[in-house]
Design a protein around this ligand. Sequence first.
Ligand code: SAM
Ligand code: MD0
Ligand code: SF4
Length: 369
Amino acid sequence: MIKTIRCQISLNDILDKALNGFVLSREEVIFLLKLSRKQDLKELFRVARLIREKHFSNKIFLYGFIYFSTWCRNDCSFCFYRRTNSLPHRYRKSPEEILQAAVSLANSGVHLIDLTMGEDPYFRDRKGVAELAHIVREVKRLTNLHVMISPGVASEKMLQEVMKAGADWYACYQETHNRNLFTKLRLSQSYDLRYHSKKTALELGMLAEEGIMVGVGESWSDIATSLEKMNMLGAQQVRVMSFVPQDGSAMSEWPTPNRQVELKVIAILRLLFHDRLIPASLDVDGIEGLQARLNAGANVITSLIPPYMGLAGVAQSTKDINQGARTVKGILPVLKDLDLKAASKKEYKNWVLNKRSSLTIHCMSEIGG
Ligand code: SAM
Ligand code: MD0
Ligand code: SF4
């Protein structure tokens, strides 16, 4: 009689494999996603932190966030700023206001300025793109920091212009890599256009950030697919955010998910992508949510916003902003409690330069070969 030996997946084996740099199978990723026992989660997060420590020591990067235009031509079903919502305060900050916010963030000690907008038509024509490039150039000149732009889907021309002006990063989150679900979330938008704009940015020599949302109707298998697609894309920063229901949006009655899923995905991202940047966003649960996200293996704190400048968050449009908790000063005690430290400007600069130069070498060898 032939005995079939069913290979039991064990948590310890998977964690050992990840720690030693082996690629995890889809089955193993789904096994990790389904974990729910307290002891198992503790072990998953411990290993994620070990891997983070191996690559980043106890240093954390800090990103300042400037949502400079809340106007948007799109109607994403999950978003507060969707075109058809009459509730948000719509603003478009002037270049002077943006520079003032950037300088204030720089003085507070952030490592990067993330310039984010709704898909505001004003910044999408030739004149608008030139203005955006001017803003990027001035932010760089005045702060001497790295710049990320998050303008939604970007044309090659826009990417070229902002890169020429000095932008290092392009962020654009697919939210899901299930095309069916994508069409329910990002109504009337092209999955391919969104995905390809990240590829274009990488081909041009920019760094890219990819991301997903959880709690929007995805399955474990969808999340596993997203992780595979992130790997294929080769983005240098990868994120997950829990869905936060928004008044006036199509998904206002949806529940917000238990944060365990987001934390598991952060840890699995770390297991799969040892040396990539993984955000702990203050835009989901504010300062109270920071410790758990860092404990799950994140190494960048994002969505630091200067108070009293009339600047909004995205998933949490006002939470903790004017209380000053989404600031470097606000997060330092959390870092201290966890034996973590803000990285120096030089450490972040070196990381970016290193990644960008390997990108250039990679592009050149592709052109050559
Ligand atoms: N408008 C641009 C775009 O959509 O790419 C730039 C803004 S983008 C950085 C806003 C991101 O915040 C979305 O891609 C999504 O991942 C996240 N987000 C927006 N609304 C959210 C919500 N209700 N809950 C959780 N995350 C949300
Ligand atoms: C954040 N609110 O980091 C910001 C935003 C855009 N690049 C980032 C979603 O959470
Ligand atoms: Fe607009 Fe971005 Fe909100 Fe979608 S997620 S409605 S593109 S601001």
